[in-house]
Design a protein around this ligand. Structure first.
Ligand code: HEC
Ligand code: HEC
Length: 211
């Protein structure tokens, strides 16, 4: 009954089929998705060992496509990228969110918290004004949640479509009539890792369904 499960199925096809240059598949190196990707999504965003940069799961998937297989990275919001992200996320379903807090990630987490607390837009509201001060209360037809991210990518009824964490942040920023940050920007990455750490211990529910 969860429309986002179609995304997981599409991801399974991408995992198995030779769409990468030279006929490679994700499976040619990783074999079994269940064995190899269990628990992986629960610890992203994380510092990438090769580049030393903070990356979220979608960025890591794109690195895999580009550097391991010589393929063209997928654009943010592309169905194929969401599908691979949902497939990998699904392997962590039921496992606690466990993003590492280290001297390398702490500055990012602090930056994300600061963004979360900053008022913005013509409505002059911070993320925390809604998701901390008023969770459980009604905003027009919606019940305001705590703004957790343990179930992304999600199928959202209001969109009639699937979307990433950053698409959700964009929607919230536009709802307070502020200029959203760019997809893949440091600001969105910081928000993402802050929210992941704030949700430590919540069980991964990917792929979720939301109103
Ligand atoms: C040429 C072999 C190769 C191919 C092809 C490949 N990978 Fe990987 N992948 C690896 C290796 C080796 C690692 C572990 C080292 C690292 O993280 O870079 C890895 C790591 C990963 C990780 C991070 C795991 C973790 O524990 O953080 C993800 C996610 C991933 N691959 C997804 C994919 C996807 C999706 C594809 C297909 C688009 C793919 N890989 C194709 C070799 C490959
Ligand atoms: C005016 C109130 C408001 C503000 C300010 C706001 N949001 Fe939201 N947000 C909502 C509503 C309404 C929803 C949809 C219902 C829900 O899940 O709360 C939502 C949903 C979310 C969700 C999805 C939660 C889930 O369980 O699916 C996340 C994550 C989120 N917001 C993050 C943010 C971030 C980050 C900011 C700041 C950049 C922000 N929000 C600012 C009202 C707000």
């Amino acid at each position: 009954m969860n429309p986002a499960m179609f995304l997981v199925e599409a991801g399974t096809d991408l995992w198995d089929q030779p769409w990468l240059p030279g006929g490679a598949t994700c499976r040619s190196c990783h074999q079994d998705i269940v064995a190899d990707m269990r628990g992986v999504a629960a610890r992203y965003p994380q510092i990438d060992a090769d580049s030393g940069r903070l990356v979220n799961l979608e960025m890591k998937i794109n690195t895999e496509i580009q550097s391991k297989s010589g393929g063209v990275p997928l654009t943010e919001g592309a169905q194929d990228l969401l599908a691979l992200s949902a497939l990998i996320g699904f392997q962590s379903r039921g496992m606690p969110m466990a993003v590492a807090v280290t001297p390398d990630t702490q500055p990012w987490i602090d930056k994300g918290e600061q963004i979360f607390q900053t008022r913005r837009g013509q409505l002059n509201l911070s993320c925390a004004n809604c998701h901390e001060d008023h969770w459980g209360e009604k905003l027009r037809g919606d019940t305001i949640s705590q703004g957790q991210i343990n179930d992304f990518p999600i199928y959202r009824l209001a969109w009639g479509d699937v979307g990433s964490r950053q698409r959700m942040f964009t929607w919230c920023m536009e709802s307070v009539r502020s200029e959203p940050f760019a997809y893949g920007s440091d600001a969105f990455l910081a928000l993402e890792i802050y929210l992941a750490v704030r949700g430590t211990g919540l069980l991964v529910e990917t792929p979720g369904v939301r109103r």
